[in-house]
Write a protein that binds this ligand. Structure first.
Ligand code: PLP
Length: 397
């Protein structure tokens, strides 16, 4: 027998384990100093009351013979597909519910979608990037090219006609950089994909953070995208479902490549390899789109947005370059004094007790940058932002 040796090629991600170890060492060395984590990528606020009520209701249904549910449709219950379609219609995107596939989260779908594509395709990912895009392709033995993101392009790489790619990952609002593509920029990616017969895999996991109506929340707001894009989205960030698990993928009927329909292929793939998301969880997810659910969820999102504003404000006061922080829970800052990402991490932790994430951990173009997140407690975020500001200002004295 032969093993998949591509697993030996996956770069070992020491990022979060190293961050955790350094944070633990700090607490051991200074038991009396308060450490604050601005490194959390997970949400911290509990599920909305409307979601909890719907979950309880569904649990009760499962306990009665008349309302008990066994296997459901693999692609999701119609009530949830229709609720998602209505949500998209709210920002001007018309979808057929059969284009929406409910799953246990965006991460699974981002990996599983690769079943649809031949191994010989060339993959293009931005650098820095959410590591799942790279690792899933390396595991499958695919060649990965990088589109460099940097201060000059505002961490929003644009298509380069001299690069031929077949599968292109875009994430907007971006993790880790917080940068958000404009409609005009996404239109250029759609034009590139159509010209090159490529498919865009658009990760919209953070779309709920977009408040500026001029910015797109979905790739399908761009004309022609339904012929060249697949969109991944999640209840994780909009509604705190990181532990509850629910997401969805939009595969338009209109895409076709080599006479094959990715929509039909994904349905076939999901019905073969996946048995659906629990009915209880889907009822909870549908409650997100009710009037009460949306109101509570906006309240939670505003809490995180206020944190982002506090961090961004502190960086403004000390003149540090950053992107994100608006329309995004992530703030991507340039390390002051020409420090590299890990030097700044160590210096910031030692000086202030604040933990962030070194940008280089997301790709070589992240070197010299640092990610701060807005998912923490509001009071602690204020204290941390003040400490970061004062420490950076002291550098210039
Ligand atoms: N996509 C991006 C860009 C993310 O940052 C994350 C999680 O942090 C995910 C997808 C995963 O989403 P889910 O919880 O739905 O698997």
């Amino acid at each position: 027998m032969k093993m998949n040796h591509h697993y030996e090629e996956i770069s070992q991600s020491y990022l979060f384990s190293t961050v955790a170890k350094k944070a633990a060492d700090f607490q051991k060395k200074y038991p009396d100093r308060e450490m604050i984590k601005l490194s959390i990528g997970d949400v911290t606020l509990p599920l909305a009351g409307a979601v909890i009520k719907a979950l309880h209701g569904a649990v009760d249904e499962m306990g009665k013979a008349e309302t008990f549910r066994g296997y459901g449709p693999e692609q999701g219950y119609a009530f949830l597909q229709e609720a998602i379609a209505k949500y998209y219609a709210g920002h001007g995107v018309q979808l057929d519910p059969n284009e929406i596939f409910v799953s246990d989260g965006a991460k699974s779908d981002l990996g599983n979608i690769l079943d649809l594509f031949d191994q010989d395709n060339v993959v293009l990912v931005p650098d820095p990037v959410y590591p799942v895009y790279v690792d899933t392709n390396v595991m499958a033995g695919r060649k990965v090219l990088y589109a460099p993101a940097n201060e000059e392009n505002g961490f929003l790489p644009m298509p380069d006609d001299s690069v031929k790619a077949d599968i292109i990952y875009l994430c907007s609002p971006n993790n880790p950089t917080g940068a958000v593509y404009t409609r005009e920029q996404l239109a250029q990616w759609v034009a590139y994909a159509r010209k090159n017969d490529a498919i865009l895999l658009f990760d919209a996991a953070y779309e709920c953070f977009v408040t500026d109506p001029a910015l797109p929340r979905s790739i399908f707001e761009i004309e022609g995208a339904k012929e060249c894009a697949i969109e991944f989205c999640s209840f994780s960030k909009i509604a705190g479902f990181t532990g509850t698990r629910c997401g969805y993928t939009v595969v338009p009927m209109a895409i076709e490549r080599e006479g094959m329909s990715p929509n039909k292929m994904w349905l076939r793939r999901q019905t073969t390899k996946f048995n659906g998301v629990p009915y209880i969880v889907q009822r909870g997810a549908a409650a997100v789109f009710t009037e009460d659910g949306m109101a509570e969820i906006q309240h939670n999102l505003d809490y995180y947005r206020a944190n982002a504003k506090v961090i961004a404000g502190a960086l403004d006061e000390c003149g540090v370059w950053y992107c994100g922080g608006k329309n995004s829970p992530y703030i991507w800052m340039k390390c002051p004094g020409g420090m590299d990402s890990w030097t700044f991490f160590d210096w910031l932790l030692e000086t202030t007790g604040v933990v962030g994430t070194p940008g280089v951990g997301f790709g070589s173009c992240g070197e010299g940058f640092f990610r701060l997140t807005a998912f923490g407690n509001a009071e602690k975020t204020k204290i941390a932002a003040e400490r970061v500001k004062n420490a950076i200002l002291s550098l210039n004295k």
